[in-house]
Design a binder for this molecule. Sequence first.
Ligand code: ADP
Ligand code: ZN
Length: 518
Amino acid sequence: MIVAEELSPLLKKDFGYDAFRPLQREIMEEALAPRDVLAILPTGAGKSLCYQLPALARGGVTLVISPLIALMKDQVDQLTASGVSATFLNSTLEPQENRRRLDAILAGEVKLVYLAPERLMSGDFLSVVRTWNVTALAVDEAHCISEWGHDFRPEYRRLRELRTALPEVPVIALTATATPRVREDILGQLALRDPAVFVASFNRPNLNYLVEPKQDAVSRIVEFIGGRGQDSGIVYAQSRKRSEELAACLRNAGITAVCYHAGLEAADRARNQEAFLRDEVRVVCATVAFGMGINKPDVRFVIHADLPKNLEGYYQETGRAGRDGLPADCLLLFSRGDVTKVLRFIDEIPDGEARDHARLQLERMADFAESDACRRVDLIGYFGESWPEGNCGACDNCLAPRESWDATVETQKFLSCILRVKQNGGSAVGIRHLSDILAGSRAEKVLARNHDKLSTYGIGKEHSAATWAELARQFARKGWIAVDGGTYPTVTITHEGAALLRERRTVSLSRLMAVEKP
Ligand code: ADP
Ligand code: ZN
């Protein structure tokens, strides 16, 4: 039995730390009990220590499943440097070196063995693993096991076989991102038994969140970065090509920048990453391929030049800023056009359920961007965490609340239009369709259903259909209308919305985010 008191001396001796970070000790105690553990801690919280230290405290070997070879090598190098016996096995090793490592493991000379999941499932590797004295299994980046996460890796699904091969061995699963759904998936896929679940706060108090309408993005990015001395940061773009273009634009403006994406040669990727880590360049313009396992503490800003596909991705990417705890800014440039672009990719997803899920996630992301509510409250709320009270007082919406305007007439027009369509018979329609009716559009689908004959047709000509659509999304956030999911989402009035219309309540809304001011 290992007791908690024995952990602190090891913490100092092997890792050189004086104290545990929040939840680390609790997690280790449960793991050593031994008990299965799921630990959800934000990036930088110190997840690795949660399995590394117990590995030293107990006998036998701890297997660590980690998705990235580069990450694995870094960790093993660090551990070896501090005198901990660790090694990794993956496809990059020469057969001889591989043999040597396997022998050392079998001889009980190694405390931590890092494995890529694909290695684990190759050939009869499972039966080899069974001959080792495995006493714990750590699954890093455990969200990779879930299709509902943002980084699904099919090989992770096969971890279940490892679990079955080592039925008695306790498991610790760790991740920085897990919505309730992903969390359930991890628990189920890894068949965790009566697990202790730890969820650290997702709030990153030193990060400032701001969202701006995207107009002339390149100039805005140049201006933003240009005004920040020698600070370094990351600019995320949706495509490889765009990340290259942005890096070129920054260099033209006299800002040192490189790009990073999965289409580059491995050597170029490594060189660019090094240049950024060593402060030889200020900025890396990248796709989502950049970031996992990169630990640069003083990233002072993260800019999203394009809309991320979901809030997990956004949180993860912005989370790479300010790991040193000092203030950092996260700027998202938002346009509805980006939503349409991403939707085109989503439409290609063959599986219906996955496609609908991706759509909903994207809408949720757009909702975050368009919302006039506190960014922080919204973001941590997405991860199932509630904010103690009030707002954060530190995001753009809190610091500079948008001016409000009297939207009573607009609200009445929109809600009445829903009623007219309904009274006219036929099925319910979506936001775009209603917006087209109000704006008096001659769109095919409007004419085909004789909606140009409705009394509400064209009564909202003072705004474009795009403005109406944005207003509608604001109504949805207020809970006055409900938009159901699915391939062709349709709109209905909620009880609240009906009451509002019936009682002719005055409505005050904050200025719209992206399109022209009504
Ligand atoms: P995560 O995997 O959660 O993103 P890491 O395990 O990479 O985080 O740890 C982030 C950083 O914090 C590392 O540099 C690590 O050495 C450091 N760290 C972890 N635990 C402690 C601790 N108890 N005291 C001081 N530093 C720590
Ligand atoms: Zn706020």
